[in-house]
Design a protein around this ligand. Structure first.
Ligand SMILES: Cc1ncc(COP(=O)(O)O)c(C=O)c1O
Length: 457
């Protein structure tokens, strides 16, 4: 579904500000050569992003080795919440490696213990246990396993269905893609698990009916009774927007889950760790989940993910059966702990909440100027999205989104390739350390790229 970016080096206007520096052709000819070499040993589907040969990154800046610097609106796909290569995180990694604690398998290490304690303290009362993993998709797979194991144990072997949501994304493994709701991504599965299906996601735009009845109706139409549902897996905000469900919808969902003994899982892999202006994005709904899947921004760096949950759920598995080779790796755990302390000590969640007001205002101004081509803008905290549509229609326009990202790349503002179910969403998600000055500069560049891309067509 992705579109390739232009790989021909071309002259672009030089840029020199506090946050951006563009002083060569883009893409740089040597970068193109190296990227072509890398591509020889990778599947073509791994080619996805603007042709930047990433050399290093620091806070909100991403550098190549040719003297160019981009202002980062990606956080490296919503990972670097405390900024890229934060000194505290770097130090924790170096110290742990220098000490000689690079890997301990499932033997205990102190770093993992400190991290799980810290995360439990950041989570709602009663969510005290967790299983650490490495990727977000793995965390979702485990959350699904928890739901089914819990359902079967307490409701018999008919209580195993899992409900995800249309247009949801939870990763690219077998279970995660079935729970997810992006149709094209599931074609390869063919023989899908009939007990994993999607309900409409009440975003208010692609799905205009936001009443909770759409959820119960879907279960009925799927031929199931609520008693046969084991778990509901919902992104706290859907990444393709970002889109939150209405608060009242989620409160009703929570009550419905309680009534039928269904586990409610919030996927906080992208939404968590301060991004939305609350530490966990589900806090916006004022409900408590049974399980939280986390990843990405928990470390701002090395691979770390996991599932936090109630002891009576996490403790249903047999002794010794929750083990994974890299679970609780000491260096990844030390990095995550340093990152979480920085988010807390430097009030980065609060910074996201405050600057979110600026992000929202700027996005709304862009939309009102181009209302025929921008179907929707949405944001909360430091995550925003702008969705492009064909002129005057409610039909996604991934080509326009792609062109805007490309123009920004040439101007020293970095976005990852458009996301969303049809590649129509440009996501704005800078590190939570960004200042108002940098955010405004980035939004000015973005606004002019939107103007120019629309004018070109
Ligand atoms: C909401 C959500 N869940 C799960 C994942 C999968 O995480 P990973 O790529 O680490 O497997 C992602 C990744 O983008 C995500 O945004």
């Amino acid at each position: 579904m992705g579109m390739p970016f232009n790989m021909t080096p071309r002259d672009v206007a030089p840029v020199g500000t506090k946050f951006r520096c563009i002083q060569t052709q883009l893409p740089h000819p040597e970068a193109v050569e190296t990227i072509r070499r890398i591509q020889q040993n990778e599947p073509r589907a791994s080619e996805s992003q603007p042709p930047l040969l990433w050399d290093r990154a620091e806070d909100v800046g991403v550098f190549d080795r040719f003297g160019n610097k981009w202002l980062d609106f990606t956080s490296g796909v919503l990972v670097a919440n405390s900024g890229h290569a934060a000194p505290e995180v770097k130090q924790a990694i170096v110290d742990t490696a220098q000490h000689g604690n690079l890997h301990s398998f499932a033997f205990y290490n102190e770093q993992r213990g400190e991290l799980t304690k810290y995360l439990a303290d950041l989570s709602p009362d009663g969510l005290d246990k967790m299983f650490l993993l490495s990727s977000g998709a793995e965390a979702i797979e485990f959350a699904v396993k928890c739901c089914r194991s819990h359902g079967i144990k307490f409701g018999g072997d008919k209580k195993l269905a899992i409900v995800g949501f249309d247009r949801g994304f939870h990763g690219r493994t077998l279970g995660a893609q079935q729970v997810g709701g992006i149709p094209g991504q599931k074609d390869w599965i063919v023989l899908r698990d009939p007990a994993i299906f999607n309900a409409p996601f009440p975003d208010g735009y692609w799905q205009e009916d936001v009443e909770f009845e759409t959820f119960t109706e879907k279960i009925r139409n799927h031929g199931l009774k609520p008693e046969s549902i084991a778990g509901v897996v919902m992104e706290s905000f859907q990444g393709g927007g970002p889109d939150f469900a209405p608060v009242e919808y989620v409160k009703r969902l929570r009550r419905w889950c309680d009534r039928y003994g269904v586990l409610l899982v919030f996927d906080e892999i992208q939404a968590g760790c301060g991004r939305s202006g609350k530490f966990w994005a589900f806090e916006h709904y004022d409900v408590k989940p049974d399980l939280i899947a986390f990843g990405k921004g928990v470390s701002s760096s090395l691979p770390m993910s996991g599932v936090i949950g109630r002891p009576d759920v996490l403790d249903i598995f047999d002794h010794g059966s929750l083990v994974s080779t890299h679970s609780g790796n000491p260096i990844c755990s030390a990095a995550a702990l340093a990152n979480l302390k920085k988010i807390k000590n430097e009030k980065l969640t609060e910074n996201a909440a405050n600057l979110g007001v600026v992000l929202t205002e700027r996005l709304e101004a862009i939309q009102s100027k181009h209302s025929a081509r921008i179907g929707r803008v949405s944001s909360r905290g430091l995550v925003g999205g702008l969705q492009t549509v064909l002129a005057g229609k409610k039909e996604p326009d991934p080509e326009l989104a792609h062109r805007i990202v490309e123009l920004c790349f040439e101007r020293g503002l970095l976005f990852f390739a458009p996301a969303g179910a049809w590649g129509q969403t440009i996501k704005l998600c800078p590190p939570l350390t960004i200042t108002e000055e940098a955010l405004i500069e980035g939004m000015d560049v973005f606004a002019s790229a939107v103007d120019d891309a629309i004018a070109e067509q």
